[in-house]
Design a protein around this ligand. Structure first.
Ligand code: ADP
Ligand code: ADP
Length: 218
């Protein structure tokens, strides 16, 4: 009943050339339903590579990527894109919100792209924003919000299509320590309430210790 299973993953950049960079080898990682896993890795250890493979953005040279019981390793781009949109949510260190759109619109748009009717998309976006305390910010554009608020919106956007798994790369890495702590608490509350599974890369050992399990690379 794992949400994600990575089995025997191997990845080398520029294989078979003098510039070959072996990054991952025989890596196994499973994430159970509702499990929140911290990914801790020194710079250069392959954290981004692993997140890209788990996020169906890159393919491994060896091994399998099984998402909710389906082996998507050799699946077509179309199937992988569909799985990415419906089953995965991404949060990055920088918010990557659309600057011309309000907080509400930023959470509505991925739902429209996924075929959700506009009314239902707005209702869900409002409910997500309310859960992270942003009801008063619905109409604000990203530039009019604080860093912590921007990351809370980005988190709502990641959850907009009710993914099974959230992949986060240093989601609070751009925030000052106090704000990072608050945003992380909010994020974890919503993750727990919704039973979402997550793989969260962080350099912050205190935050890693608050997750269910810590996986180390390198
Ligand atoms: P991290 O996110 O842990 O810093 P990455 O997964 O980005 O690590 O990279 C792991 C290693 O692979 C690094 O040595 C990096 O320089 C190398 N690397 C990453 N992407 C490429 C690429 N496209 N071509 C060649 N080497 C790469
Ligand atoms: P869409 O076309 O609906 O914007 P994509 O299928 O391109 O979505 O991407 C789905 C998810 O994957 C998005 O949340 C997007 O942020 C993320 N994504 C796409 N390309 C990359 C990339 N090169 N690196 C990291 N994340 C990406």
């Amino acid at each position: 009943n794992d949400v994600l299973r990575l089995q025997g993953i191997g990845k080398t950049y520029n294989p078979g050339t003098p510039a070959a960079v072996p990054v991952l080898s025989d890596l196994d990682l499973s994430i159970g339903r509702g499990e929140v896993v911290a990914l801790v890795a020194p710079s250069g250890a392959g954290k981004s590579t692993l997140l890209h493979i788990a996020g169906l953005l890159d393919t491994p040279d060896e091994g399998q990527v099984v998402l909710q019981g389906r082996d998507l390793t050799g699946a077509s781009d179309r199937l992988r894109t569909q799985a990415r949109r419906r089953e995965l949510g991404f949060v990055y260190q920088f918010h990557h919100l659309l600057p011309e759109f309000s907080a509400l619109e930023n959470v509505v748009l991925p739902q429209l792209a996924n075929g959700t009717p506009a009314g239902a998309a707005r209702t869900r976006a409002r409910s997500l924003l309310a859960r992270v305390g942003l009801t008063e910010r619905e109409a604000h554009r990203p530039a009019a919000m604080s860093g912590g608020e921007q990351q809370r919106v980005a988190f709502c956007r990641a959850l907009a299509n009710a993914p099974a798994l959230m992949l986060a790369d240093e989601p609070t890495g751009n925030l000052d320590p106090g704000t990072a702590d608050q945003v992380f608490d909010l994020l974890m509350n919503v993750v727990r309430e919704t039973g979402l599974s997550a793989l969260i890369a962080t350099h912050n050992m205190e935050l890693a210790g608050r997750m269910d399990r810590v996986v180390r690379l390198g």
